[in-house]
Ligand binder design. Structure first.
Ligand code: F6P
Length: 568
């Protein structure tokens, strides 16, 4: 249990059992409200209130959220805040920050917020001096990243490091890869970052073709240090080094391989010195780990000072989430809007549209964060959910998405709420581009909201002198129904601090939705079955002679037989 070192209050895990969501009073009130409001269009809502933008927007931790283009009124929001309160959001939030073991299926605390908190006031958890340990590891990250960046960390032939290859998957890849890309302008040209995650050898091979063993540093990143894909890539990288580093001995591996993990035995068994291991702790979930030493590639890429700014930006959002009343709380509002669409409008997916090229990996980062956290079908106490949980998260950078799948967003049969994310200032100096980018971003949300109705389309075609029969034929194709909701998140610029705040915003959104849906947002049992079956099938693909018997269905057996023939 956590305590403030001076006062040592004991924080108990709150009672985690909740009634089924659809049986709660506030959910039922929302249902009645939904029936009353569902026919009111966004156009009507804007026409009814000239101050809608001011009413439905807020600032926090350097971010601005415009949520005016959502199918909500003040009454809707009131019902949603009541739902959050009925689901015990405030004590749950307090419990997470305090270090209660809210990851009940793994009996773990959830303390990624401690990774970006100042050293004081200090946290203690089950006898662990959390703050002291976090800051001790940060100091090691600082020293090591400075040594590599300054060229004092040398490879086995005495040359400084030119290439860093992070080998990890899931949370041990997506976070640092996304952040390094987002902070591209803060990187140096003479230190290249590479990320290898896929067990498909093409991933590692493509990187190994580009790098020199004398000047390459491998970071083996795995919380468990047992993940099959990472272990295979790590062993192949080790073999490649020993085969290609002319004159290198096994003892030279220590200059070229470091590890980030919670598993010191696994790391040392692999052959990496514990002195070259950057630890973190079981209370950091993989998809919440970019703030820990899993962020080492970020510190290597942009320097420790910028990494500290990144942590500080997230901490500012933590403070906002923890302290702001629900009604003015950005992650809470974002989460409740998602619940509104998922559970009442039955919208099944959410599209993420960053209008910043350097946020290109943000949608796939959010896929893990949201879908691995809340893609659950049972409640915390194991009952089958009676209401829907996490939607599908997908997306790509604007403006590219506009010329690919935005057709469906505007005129498809499914309605998909969109999160537009943009910066007011660009990272580059090219004239004209930023205005064009922002114009597209704002135009898309306006088009989704307003649409273009039959009378408008007809008048437009008639004004162009189009013959009447052609107007009639084309009219249905050219109508945009509109009334399609979106959020717009704006930042001044993409900096380490604003990026930190943005990620923390979504982390807390996920937490709030997990509380409403009553799921454990911090375990991921759903990935286990495939891992076990893959390991069995791997044995069957390589075993000699071929295993007999009918262990599989005819489809899987047939595929295995084909692969055995190809691999033999
Ligand atoms: O299989 C899913 C998962 O456990 C993710 O939750 C995690 O981020 C990823 O694998 C990598 O795990 P590790 O860091 O232990 O290699």
């Amino acid at each position: 249990m956590y305590s403030r070192i001076n006062s040592r209050p004991t924080i108990k895990t709150p009672d985690m059992s909740q009634p089924a969501l659809n049986t709660t009073a506030s959910f039922q009130a929302l249902h009645a409200h939904y029936a009353a409001i569902k026919e009111t269009s966004l156009r009507e809502l804007f026409a009814a209130s000239p101050s809608r933008f001011e009413q439905f927007s807020l600032k926090a931790a350097g971010l601005f959220l415009d949520y005016a283009k959502n199918n909500v009124t003040a009454e809707t929001m009131g019902h949603l805040f009541a739902l959050a309160r009925e689901r015990q959001l405030e004590p749950r939030r307090q419990a997470m920050f305090a270090g209660a073991k809210i990851n009940t299926t793994e009996n773990r605390a959830v303390l990624h917020t401690a990774l970006r908190a100042p050293q004081q006031p200090a946290l203690e958890l089950d006898g662990q001096q959390v703050s002291a340990d976090v800051h001790a590891v940060l100091e090691r990250v600082q020293t090591f990243s400075a040594a590599v960046r300054s060229g004092t960390w040398l490879g086995y032939t005495g040359k400084p490091i030119s290439d860093i290859v992070n080998i990890g998957i899931g949370g041990s890849d997506l976070g640092p890869k996304m952040v390094c890309q987002a902070l591209r302008p803060y990187q140096r040209a003479d230190l290249k970052l590479h990320f290898v995650s896929n067990v498909d050898g093409d991933d590692l091979d493509a990187v190994l073709q580009q790098v020199d063993p004398q000047t390459t540093l491998f970071v083996i990143a795995s919380k468990t240090f047992t993940t099959a894909e990472t272990m295979m890539n790590a062993h192949s990288a080790r073999n490649w080094f020993l085969q290609n580093a002319a004159g290198a001995q096994e003892s030279d591996l220590r200059k070229h391989f470091v590890a980030v993990s919670t598993n010191v035995e696994g790391v040392t068994a692999f052959g990496i010195d514990a002195a070259n291991m950057f630890p973190f702790w079981d209370w950091v979930g993989g998809r919440y780990s970019v703030w820990s030493s899993i962020g080492l590639p970020v510190a290597l890429a942009v320097g420790f000072e910028q990494f500290s700014e990144f942590l500080a930006g997230a901490h500012a959002m933590d403070r906002h989430f923890q302290d702001a009343p629900l009604e003015q709380n950005m992650p809470v509002i974002l989460a409740l809007l998602g619940v509104w669409y998922r559970n009442f409008f039955d919208y099944r997916s959410v599209s993420i549209a960053p209008y910043h090229q350097d946020l290109g990996n943000f949608p796939s980062y959010l896929q893990q964060l949201e879908m691995e956290s809340n893609g659950k079908r049972v409640s915390l106490d194991g009952r089958t959910l009676e209401a829907e949980s996490c939607p599908i998260i997908w997306g790509n950078v604007g403006t590219n998405g506009q010329h690919a799948y935005f057709q469906l967003l505007h005129q498809g049969t499914d309605i998909t709420p969109v999160d537009f994310i943009a910066t007011l200032h660009a990272s580059h100096q090219l004239p004209g581009h930023q205005a064009a980018l922002l114009a597209n971003c704002f135009a898309q949300s306006e088009a989704l909201m307003r649409g273009k109705h039959a009378d408008e389309v007809q008048a437009e075609m008639q004004a162009k002198g189009m013959p009447a029969d052609q107007v009639t034929a084309l009219l249905p194709h050219r109508i945009f129904p509109g009334n399609r909701p979106s959020n717009t998140i704006l930042m001044e610029a993409l900096t380490p601090a604003s990026l930190g705040a943005l990620i923390a915003l979504y982390e807390h959104k996920v937490f709030v939705q997990g509380v409403i849906w009553d799921v454990n947002s911090f375990d991921q049992w759903g990935v286990e079955l495939g891992k076990v079956l893959a390991s069995n099938i791997l044995g069957e693909l390589t075993a000699a002679p071929a295993p007999q018997g009918n262990a599989h269905d005819s489809s899987t057996s047939g595929l295995i037989a084909m692969a055995r023939r190809a691999l033999s």
